[in-house]
Every structure is written in C-alpha cells, then in structure tokens.
Design a protein around this ligand. Structure first.
Ligand SMILES: *[C@@H]1O[C@H](CO)[C@@H](O)[C@H](O)[C@H]1NC(C)=O
Ligand SMILES: *[C@@H]1O[C@H](CO)[C@@H](O)[C@H](O)[C@H]1NC(C)=O
Ligand SMILES: *[C@@H]1O[C@H](CO)[C@@H](O)[C@H](O)[C@H]1NC(C)=O
Length: 266
C-alpha cells in the first residue's frame, strides 16, 4: 500500500500543477491617447492639486468636447505568465487572456483555480509589475492598453507569441525560448479596470475574441461616488525609492491597505 500511495501522490500533484512560464514580450503598437492637460505629478504636493482637480464635477464632463488627441507609438516590453495544462487536452488550445485591475499586477490571478484545463496568459499591464513604465500622464492610458491587448491577442492567434526575455528557462515545454503554438480561441477576461480595457477591446476588435468575461465592473451611474480622495495617494518614487525607483512622472502609491475598506464602504 505504502508504495502505491507514494506513487499516486506525485502523479496527482503533477496533474494539478499547470506548467507555467514567465517571460517578456516586445509589443510594437500605436494608439490615439488624449492630452488631458491635468496637473503633472512629480511630488506629493502635485497630488493634492491632481486629486482636487479630478474631484470637481466640472472636470469630468462627459458631454463636453473630448480632450485633444495625442498619438503615441513605440515598442513596449510586457511581462507575461503563460500556463498550459500539463497534458494538453481538448481545452488547452483555448487561451484565457487575463487583464488585471488598478493597484495590482498579474500576480493576483489564481491561475490554478481558474485554469480548469484551459491555457492562461496573464500579463502586467503597461506601467505595472515588471512591464515597461513610460510616462504615466501621456503614454500609460486606456487607448494604448487596448492596443497592447489587441497585439497580444493577435500574436497568440497567429502563433507568433515569442519571448524576448525568458525568466524561467526549462520550466515550460515546448521551451519558451521558441514560438508558442497558435491558440484556436481566445477568451478575454478582465477584473475592474481590466474589465474596462476588455470591454473597450471587444467593442473595437470583437472578431478576435471567442468570448469575454468582465468582473468587478462598476456601472457608470455609480462611478461619480467613487472618490479619488479616498485612495490616499502619494508619489510612488518618494514613498519607497527602493521599490518604486523605476517610476517617474505620474506614478502614485495607494497610501494604506485599510484605505481599500473605505473605497468600498458605500
Ligand atoms: C496606428 O497608425 C496607423 C498608421 O499611421 C493608423 O492608420 C492607425 O489609425 C493608428 N492606430 C491607432 C489606434 O491610432
Ligand atoms: C460640459 O460641456 C458642455 C458642452 O461643452 C457645456 O455646455 C457644459 O456647461 C459643461 N458642463 C460643465 C459642468 O462644465
Ligand atoms: C510626462 O509628461 C508630462 C506631460 O506632458 C510632462 O509634464 C512630464 O515632464 C513628463 N515626464 C517625464 C518624466 O518625461
């Protein structure tokens, strides 16, 4: 009996453990961002003006003219985690493409829980985690995030998802150093701000998606109640130079974990 248990347990855990690989891809794309003309954020004092600016009803005028267009383009390094079921199988050529919300990065997705035989790809949105962190005021905006999601989708469908930097050599088979199989279907999944990006993507490029799931998605009529002042923001590079030293203009830090309770209290 002892021998068969010893044999069984490693097999079970291997079957449950998806093969995950962490790597970075280079995404070349362009988008039409907006020049919002808000106060730049280069220190804690600027944040006070920024929050006051955005907390006035007149600032967010959805019926007013849109701010001027600001075309952006470039090659952005995006850090991803790709997990495939250990034995392949019918669902493994369907990829769940996960877009995370604000104040987080790709690590909060519980891939093992979610996976259920599907392949998953989670990525750090531009400006977060291990991805590039360009100017937060002008470059890291929703239109560019949507174009990055389109580019990742496109490469996954065409089988051209190819690591620029492999951070986990040997842990993924076939090796992540080569191109990864074309996926047959992509299911787009978002949480919170990632749901805004996902639905904007579906609106423009729905033909690239087989299905979409949005979670933590606040209806528009409630958005005004969600006050930015509650976030207790401060300037990230001064808050923790060691942790946020790679952030520049416009990167903010959520002051305290208990602040989140206030965010959702209403
Ligand atoms: C990207 O650039 C091309 C060529 O200039 C342009 O046609 C296209 O509209 C741009 N895409 C976006 C989303 O701005
Ligand atoms: C919003 O914009 C419209 C159109 O430009 C304007 O008539 C209206 O007064 C603006 N509302 C506020 C609160 O500024
Ligand atoms: C980012 O863009 C803003 C707005 O154009 C500008 O004021 C700021 O200096 C830029 N920051 C950096 C680090 O380039």
């Amino acid at each position: 009996m002892k021998t068969s248990f010893a044999f069984l347990l490693p097999c079970l855990s291997a079957a449950l453990d998806p093969r995950c690989s962490q790597f970075a891809i280079d995404v070349t794309t362009n988008a039409t961002n907006h020049a919002y003309g808000l106060t730049g954020i280069d220190n804690d004092i600027n944040i006070v003006s920024f929050v006051l600016d955005l907390s006035r009803w007149a600032t967010i005028n959805q019926t007013g003219p849109s701010p001027p267009n600001l075309p952006v383009s470039g090659t952005f390094r995006i850090d991803v985690q790709l997990c495939v079921p250990p034995r392949g199988g019918g669902r493994s050529n369907t990829l769940h493409l996960l877009t995370h919300g604000l104040l987080a990065d790709k690590q909060y997705w519980d891939v093992q829980e979610e996976q259920a035989g599907y392949s998953t790809l989670s990525y750090d949105r531009l400006g977060t985690g291990l991805s590039d962190k360009p100017n937060a005021s002008t470059v890291v905006q929703a239109p560019l995030q949507v174009e990055i999601l389109r580019a990742i989708t496109d490469t996954a469908l065409r089988g051209t998802l190819s690591p620029a930097v492999d951070r986990s050599p040997g842990s993924y088979s076939p090796p992540a150093s080569g191109p990864i199989q074309p996926f047959k279907h992509i299911v787009h999944i978002g949480h919170s701000y990632g749901s805004f990006i996902t639905s904007a993507f579906i609106g423009s490029y729905g033909e690239l998606s087989s299905a979409a799931i949005v979670t933590g998605y606040i209806p528009n009529s409630k958005m005004g109640l969600f006050s930015l002042a509650r976030f207790g923001l401060d300037y990230a590079p001064t808050n923790n130079p060691e942790l946020y030293g790679d952030r520049t203009s416009g990167y903010v830090h959520h002051l305290a974990i208990y602040q989140s309770a206030g965010d959702f209290a209403d």
